[in-house]
Design a binder for this molecule. Structure first.
Ligand SMILES: *[C@@H]1O[C@H](CO)[C@@H](O)[C@H](O)[C@H]1NC(C)=O
Ligand SMILES: *[C@@H]1O[C@H](CO)[C@@H](O)[C@H](O)[C@H]1NC(C)=O
Ligand SMILES: *[C@@H]1O[C@H](CO)[C@@H](O)[C@H](O)[C@H]1NC(C)=O
Ligand SMILES: *[C@@H]1O[C@H](CO)[C@@H](O)[C@H](O)[C@H]1NC(C)=O
Ligand SMILES: *[C@@H]1O[C@H](CO)[C@@H](O)[C@H](O)[C@H]1NC(C)=O
Ligand SMILES: *[C@@H]1O[C@H](CO)[C@@H](O)[C@H](O)[C@H]1NC(C)=O
Ligand SMILES: *[C@@H]1O[C@H](CO)[C@@H](O)[C@H](O)[C@H]1NC(C)=O
Length: 403
């Protein structure tokens, strides 16, 4: 395992060295992103506003929408069904593979969970993350359409079974007691290992896990940060406390092994700000290579998402989050019916979209992105065909429903 990590680090650094030499073409690639419109991302978020607990209407609709989106972008689509601890419940991870234009055997991964608790619209958690995954796929597809290349293919995934399903009482599909964390990612890793082996022993070079990215709050004391962080995350604690505990940043959580991802993300973040006030805080874990959530119980929002299992399997990964229930309205609305659109202003869309842009740009840089053509600024336009597809696919269902 140690050798594998070493190999990944070496591969990643060699990619970075190459990417430094193609800096010139990167700016050209990002011409469409000069457009600061959040329209496409906003429309996506507005598709994820009803509860997506197992078997619900919103859950099925979200699955169909994600699959249609992948299909529209000419991605390879895999619906990975997996058994849960409840015989009556089958989870579904939605995987889309966007093949790089260059011959390559390696992969990058971007993922977010799409399920929610019952009666929880889950706009911020985690509709904002799933929408980001889809929007990043769209941006990269536009770039490939314009003959831009990156050195790897990108796997996108919507994870199921991230949330516990309390309705199942004594027989939950993914009990905490199983000790495997969210069941979706646990099963996804099985699929991934097999897939990489089949692709000529390809490598996974890195992963961005996105979990709730819309919540931005500039009020003093809008950010909760536990005293544990003073010791465990001293730089982060210092920055947030000296800033007056404002929830005005996106956090990137990394171990020493993942630091390249955070640095690349930071570089992208600061060079394409939609608003100079939006901050990035790197959360560097010190000491414990793979943190034990039982020890770091006071820092739950950094240690419960899908990156934990990727770390456990020695994959390079970074969690990108607005800190979920430790900020502003999510202190009361997390997993509840008020995680809906009422709090979402143009600023929130823009703050979330800044993360979308920075991740897409990071993927491009890490993959030695190259573009020879100029892309006209029209980032929202290719959404329309997708929406038309969505509407036509659902039209029959809609008519039946109305009747
Ligand atoms: C986009 O940004 C780049 C770099 O800032 C600039 O050179 C270019 O002129 C901009 N393009 C448009 C269409 O605004
Ligand atoms: C998907 O592939 C088809 C056939 O090659 C092409 O016409 C279409 O433009 C592609 N769509 C996207 C969004 O890349
Ligand atoms: C599965 O569903 C059946 C039929 O509704 C029910 O009788 C059974 O108790 C359920 N099993 C579990 C494990 O929930
Ligand atoms: C992309 O490359 C193809 C084949 O070389 C060429 O026909 C097409 O015009 C290029 N597209 C753009 C937008 O440059
Ligand atoms: C803390 O803030 C300073 C100044 O904005 C910044 O340079 C530094 O990177 C921040 N530290 C972290 C851990 O984000
Ligand atoms: C910001 O956080 C404060 C404190 O949690 C909360 O009362 C307020 O509603 C939040 N504002 C926004 C715009 O979310
Ligand atoms: C871009 O241009 C360079 C030099 O002209 C060429 O070697 C390379 O193949 C081109 N890349 C693409 C994607 O067309």
């Amino acid at each position: 395992m140690g050798i594998r990590v070493g190999l990944i680090v070496v591969l990643l650094s060699s990619l970075l060295i190459q990417s430094a030499s193609s800096q010139g073409s990167i700016n050209v690639a990002w011409t469409p992103l000069n457009e600061t419109s959040t329209t496409s991302y906003r429309n996506l978020i507005n598709r994820f506003t009803t509860a997506r607990n197992y078997g619900s209407e919103g859950y099925i609709a979200a699955q169909n929408y994600i699959r249609d989106w992948y299909t529209e972008l000419n991605m390879t689509v895999v619906s990975q069904e997996f058994d849960t601890f409840n015989d009556n419940v089958t989870g579904v991870n939605l995987i889309g593979i966007l093949h790089g234009k260059k011959q390559t055997q390696n992969f990058f991964l971007v993922g977010a969970h799409y399920d929610t608790m019952k009666d929880n619209p889950g706009v911020t958690d985690n509709g904002s993350g799933m929408s980001a995954v889809l929007e990043i796929a769209r941006i990269l597809n536009v770039m490939f359409t314009y003959n831009c290349t990156i050195d790897y293919s990108v796997i996108f995934v919507g994870f199921d079974m991230s949330k516990p399903e309390p309705d199942y009482g004594d027989d939950p599909p993914c009990p905490l007691s199983a000790g495997i964390g969210p069941c979706g990612v646990f099963n996804f890793i099985d699929w991934l290992e097999k897939y990489l082996t089949e692709q000529d022993n390809a490598q996974l070079l890195g992963t961005f896990i996105i979990d709730s990215i819309l919540n931005y709050n500039t009020s003093i004391n809008s950010q909760i940060i536990s005293e544990d962080a003073r010791v465990l995350l001293p730089d982060y604690f210092y920055n947030v406390s000296s800033g007056g505990y404002k929830g005005n940043y996106i956090a990137g959580v990394v171990r020493a092994a993942d630091v390249t991802l955070a640095q690349t993300f930071r570089d992208s973040w600061v060079t394409m700000p939609l608003n100079e006030l939006y901050q990035f805080q790197q959360v560097d874990l010190v000491g414990d290579a793979t943190p034990n959530p039982n020890v770091h119980i006071q820092l739950p929002t950094f240690f419960q998402s899908e990156h934990m299992q990727l770390w456990a399997e020695n994959h390079i990964a970074m969690l990108i989050t607005d800190t979920l229930k430790q900020r502003g309205y999510q202190q009361t609305c997390f997993d509840k019916s008020c995680d809906n659109l009422q709090f979402i202003t143009e600023t929130n869309y823009e703050f979330g979209y800044q993360t979308v842009r920075a991740i897409a740009d990071s993927i491009f840089k890490l993959g030695s992105g190259n573009c020879n053509t100029t892309i006209p600024p029209s980032s929202g336009s290719s959404l329309l065909p997708s929406l038309i597809t969505f509407i036509s696919v659902h039209f029959v269902a809609f008519i039946l429903f109305v009747l």
